[in-house]
Design a protein around this ligand. Structure first.
Ligand SMILES: [Zn+2]
Length: 119
């Protein structure tokens, strides 16, 4: 398993989120920096997990997962399954076997330890 998280441009990404995808966010208007829906519905407790439904469907057509619908403090992290794609869900690819609640708590603790004054 890779790092629990990484930071890019001030955003905390879950460690298994493919970093090469970030390179297209500015062009595609996707991701937590460019898309407010990604920032809110694709993030859990401030950690970016995956794309919102709109970006996942309209822009990437499922190739980067099926899109998340997360409320910040919602303990049930939801990834929607849509029917018209041959691509698997994020929970079956880069998030396979990842306990999001557990890992996000770990990330937040780790950040707190590393940067106590930022919190
Ligand atoms: Zn989005």
């Amino acid at each position: 398993m890779s790092e629990t998280y990484y930071k890019h441009d001030g955003i905390i990404y879950i460690g298994t989120f493919p970093p090469e995808w970030i390179k297209t966010h500015a062009n595609d208007d996707t991701g937590p920096k460019e898309c407010p829906n990604c920032a809110s519905y694709g993030s859990y407790k401030g950690v970016f997990i995956g794309y919102c439904l709109n970006c996942a469907d309209y822009i990437y057509h499922g190739a980067r997962g099926h899109g998340f619908y997360i409320y910040d403090d919602d303990i049930n992290v939801k990834e929607i399954t849509f029917i018209n794609t041959e691509y698997p869900r994020a929970m079956e690819t880069y998030l396979k076997g990842v306990n999001i609640e557990k890992i996000v708590d770990k990330i937040l603790n780790k950040i707190m330890e590393e940067h106590p004054r930022e919190n």
